[in-house]
Design a binder for this molecule. Sequence first.
Ligand code: GLN
Length: 201
Amino acid sequence: MAAVPTIGVLALQGDVREHRRALESCGATTAVVRRPEELERVGALVIPGGESTTMWRLARTFDLLDPLRKRVEQGMPAYGSCAGMIMLADHILDGAEGQETIGGIDMLVRRNAFGRQVDSFEGDVRMTGLDTPFHAVFIRAPWVESVGEGAEVLGRAESGDSAGRIVAVRQGHLLATSFHPELAGDPRIHALFLEMVKGLS
Ligand code: GLN
């Protein structure tokens, strides 16, 4: 199997350190990405949780939005958690005025969807590709209202009013989760992404 390339973590805002730690615990080499030159040097990218409106504005300010779109279009593997999921969505609901995304996954994502019920909660998610449920941390999390034909649903919320809501999606080289695996102390989602990257390298 091919070696895993350096995994960038988009470091405009959000929980960058936790993602690097989780990736490195799986044996990956990581680098922060804040500028176009840094993006050029990585072979895959993690977009952390945080605040998608801030990430979008900073990506515009740092001239990163178009390079990010280009790399994703060209097939760079990327994984977005929470705000990162919003950044990878082709379509969003309840965004800020004029909010733009990188896009790439044919899905409609609603911002702060779970947050309208309760800001933060934890719950188990059964994920395609994992043997046992993943204990997921949700923080003002989005959910996926619908996916297009090219996108595969990997996991759904299991309990409460939001049971059945889509919380994990893959489309080819792109992976997204509503929740924060970097805060769960369980590296299996990061390992799944690294397997995906290896398979595509
Ligand atoms: N509500 C945030 C947003 O819109 C996402 C929250 C998170 O990443 N924990 O970006």
